[in-house]
Design a protein around this ligand. Structure first.
Ligand code: SAH
Ligand code: SF4
Ligand code: F3S
Length: 465
């Protein structure tokens, strides 16, 4: 009997990847993904704990699910409601106290145990709570990804967890210690993904550039080496990686293999997300970021020396405890010095159990945070618009991976992660196609597909035609 599975994913790309893998584990039990929670046999909320707002969303969603669950029961069915991901890890059984209709709560490292948890939830009377960090790795025990084509652009988790312990951040507690998958496992998964039609692979990790997986030679490989090996696989046309820590941009032995890969591996895209959080040294130190603002500038200089057209995005936190006007001014200076293609910025949100949350005497007033966020976002938006405008008139290779908003349009991404839409034939879906950029908008570009003829025709022929 087929059962319907609805997974709602919050938070980062790692959760998106994990949701796919949960669907894979549940497939042999008869669960098939569905697009709506109505009438589903199982609902999994794959949650994020990074900021207070993110965590609170889960409880409002659980409230909305209650009537659906009752309706299903009234029809004689059963809707299993589960909370997975980082809120599950952080709050565990507390979730069931606040929302007693929840059947299962389980953390990110337990997904390979899902079949057994489902059996217990169905048979048992009480709920199932599993926030273990099992000794075995879920990656060794999860089934291979399903043969279902997952689209031209895919995620591949290569690293998980974090040992950095930035003082504001829950990730080291919710995801556990840093762990890298062995090289052979990653390459095998990449081969399966390309065989299924993937053209662009984004390597994922909470600190992906700290990757140090065991290589076939028995030695640890860094991310640069892994990328070089991936580039050898037939069908891998584009490689990206996210999220990186500035400190790990240089290898654990101080080498710059990853940086030089940017100059040497053509498939490695010239766009890197490199969160800096703040431009002030005292704040960076209080955050335990393990680098200064000038370290960041130097790292970016080295990356741009290897790949001159490299563009960057970043994350910023404003209003970290103790942040003074001059600290914030230093952040604005850093933004001006670097020039970002895009960026995310957040108001500091105190997270239970993290060191910064107990810096009580130094919390920044909400109104000051609001002000600073607005100022920073104005600057970052202006940089983003300028970056997009510089694309106008260029021809960019675009990987079309979705239908566009309007009929006859396809949507894809250029090398610098910009969304590009253009009139394009359906058959160009999943292909990297040259597109002349005609217009820039705040969050996207639009252009026209250069016909193969136009691209191949020498200028002189074009002129006489
Ligand atoms: N591993 C990534 C970050 C993951 S969290 C890294 O080290 O860069 C994504 C972003 O959320 C962080 O870069 C940070 O900017 C933001 N963030 C994390 N904790 C936060 C908090 N307590 N308040 C506000 N923003 C936070
Ligand atoms: Fe969080 Fe810092 Fe680890 Fe990133 S490096 S996940 S911000 S603790
Ligand atoms: Fe959120 Fe967990 Fe990712 S807290 S950002 S879902 S690692």
């Amino acid at each position: 009997m087929k059962k319907k599975l609805f997974i709602k994913t919050y938070g980062c790309q790692m959760n998106v990847y994990d949701s796919g893998r949960m669907a894979d584990v549940l497939a042999p039990l008869g669960y098939e993904p569905t697009e709506t929670p109505d009438g589903a046999d199982m609902i999994i909320l794959n949650t994020c704990h990074i900021r207070e707002k993110a965590a609170e969303k889960v409880y409002s969603e659980l409230g909305r699910l209650r009537p659906l669950q009752k309706a299903k029961a009234a029809d004689g069915g059963r809707m299993i409601v589960a909370v997975a991901g980082c809120v599950a890890q952080a709050e565990g059984a507390e979730i069931m106290m606040r929302a007693p209709h929840v059947d299962m709560v389980f953390g990110p490292q337990t997904y390979h145990q899902l079949p057994e948890m489902v059996t217990r939830a169905i048979r048992g009377t009480g709920g199932v709570v599993n926030t273990d960090f099992p000794a075995e790795s879920k990656f060794d025990l999860l089934p291979e990804e399903t043969a279902q084509p997952s689209g031209p652009s895919v995620f591949l988790s290569v690293q998980e967890g974090c040992d950095k312990f930035c003082t504001f951040c829950v990730v080291p507690y919710t995801r556990g210690a840093e762990f890298s998958r062995p090289v052979a496992q990653v390459l095998a998964e990449a081969r399966r993904l390309t065989a299924g039609g993937a053209r662009e692979i984004t390597l994922l990790g909470q600190n992906v550039n700290a990757y140090h997986g065991e290589g076939p030679d028995g030695r640890d490989w860094g991310l640069g080496r892994l990328i070089r090996a991936l580039a050898e696989i037939d069908g891998v046309e584009r490689i990206r990686y996210t999220t990186s820590h500035p400190r790990d941009m240089l290898g654990w032995e101080g080498d710059d293999d990853l940086i030089s890969a940017h100059g040497e591996v053509p498939q490695l895209m010239p766009f890197v997300h490199l969160p800096v959080q703040s431009g002030s040294d005292p704040i960076l130190a209080a955050m335990n970021r393990k680098h200064t603002a000038d370290d960041y500038r130097r790292i970016v200089d080295r990356m741009r020396a290897a790949r001159p057209d490299l563009a960057l995005s970043s994350d910023f936190i404003v209003g970290f405890p103790g942040e003074r006007d001059e600290d914030f001014a230093a952040t604005l200076r850093l933004v001006n010095d670097i020039g970002f293609a895009q960026a995310y910025s957040f108001k500091y949100s105190a997270r239970p159990g993290t060191p910064a949350a107990s810096m009580d005497d130094r919390q920044v007033p909400e109104a000051v945070k609001d002000d600073r966020l607005q100022t920073l976002q104005q600057l970052l938006n202006a940089q983003q618009v300028a970056f997009n405008e510089r694309a106008v008139g260029t021809v960019q290779p675009v990987l079309f991976d979705r239908p566009g908003k309007r009929k006859g349009q396809l949507l894809g991404r250029g090398p610098w992660m910009q969304s590009v839409h253009a009139e394009a034939a359906e058959r160009l879906m999943g292909k990297v196609v040259p597109v002349r950029i005609l217009d820039a908008h705040a969050n996207s570009l639009s252009g026209a597909v250069e016909t193969v003829e136009a691209v191949l025709m020498p200028a002189s022929v074009e002129a006489t035609a």
